[in-house]
Design a protein around this ligand. Structure first.
Ligand SMILES: [Mg+2]
Length: 258
């Protein structure tokens, strides 16, 4: 009888002990032991976008379908513009620190697509990048020359030109097919006063963006230009040789250019 009672007490103690361990483990989860926000979809897309912008996720072909609304909200809901304005503030502060020489060789590089002018309207029709890249569709869009300026970047471009920097607009767009429409588009949107627009020529066909743009920058440096800043929405605009004293990565969660 006494032995049975002792066994029951022992069983109860074991159960209480196991419950205590379980509560402790649950408590750790509450302190971030396991990523859980109660809104797993939104949390995943936030992580995905950060990893894309930090270049931790590479060579991705499409936006994950479950992130369509996340990317849409980011691009059209105001945060994209706020991010651009903050980055242009950094460009501006850096430019203000530079004492220009009087030789006319202080230079700045801007990418064109989704840096100077926006393809957002086109990508809306491509489900903000959830649809795969469509070279013919993009070419048809670019030929229309209707890309609007990205206002904070246009403002920064004008400031740099006014300060005396030689601004080069460097794009992977094909010169033969898109040269005229690209330059027309830039002019119609207020991008005037630059030093040169540089498009991809026949000899650069087949080169990845990073190699092509590195080669162009090398030639500019050989001409004597000092590349102070380099602004682009793709890491391939900013990586490689002669990338500039400072690079500025603009957000683009809609597509990746290798
Ligand atoms: Mg671009």
């Amino acid at each position: 009888m006494i032995l049975d009672a002792m066994k029951n007490v022992r069983d109860v103690m074991v159960v209480l002990y196991l419950m205590l361990i379980w509560k402790t483990v649950e408590g750790f989860k509450g302190y971030g032991w396991k990523a859980s926000t109660g809104n797993e979809g939104a949390a995943y897309c936030l992580s995905w976008r950060l990893a894309v912008e930090a270049n931790n996720v590479r060579a991705w072909r499409t936006v994950p379908t479950q992130c369509l609304r996340h990317v849409e909200t980011y691009m059209v809901g105001g945060q994209y513009e706020r991010d651009l304005e903050l980055i242009m503030g950094q460009v501006s502060s850096f430019a203000d620190e530079i004492v220009l020489s009087d030789d006319g060789l202080d230079a700045w590089i801007f990418d064109i697509d989704d840096t100077c002018i926006s393809n957002l309207e086109y990508y809306k029709r491509k489900r903000y990048g959830c649809d795969p890249y469509d070279p013919m569709g993009f070419r048809a869009w670019a030929l229309v020359a209707g890309c609007p300026a990205i206002p904070p970047v246009l403002g920064m471009f004008n400031k740099l030109v006014y300060q005396g920097f030689k601004v080069f607009l460097l794009t992977g767009r094909d010169e033969d097919t898109l040269g005229y429409s690209t330059i027309y588009n830039l002019h119609s949107q207020g991008f005037v006063g630059y030093e040169r627009v540089i498009l991809r020529r026949a000899e650069n066909k087949g080169q990845c963006a990073s190699d092509y743009k590195s080669g162009v920058r090398k030639k500019l440096v050989e001409e004597g230009y000092r590349l102070w800043g380099n602004v682009g929405d793709q890491w391939s605009d900013l990586q490689g040789d002669f990338s500039g004293n400072r690079t500025f990565k603009l957000p683009n969660p809609m597509y990746f250019v290798p």
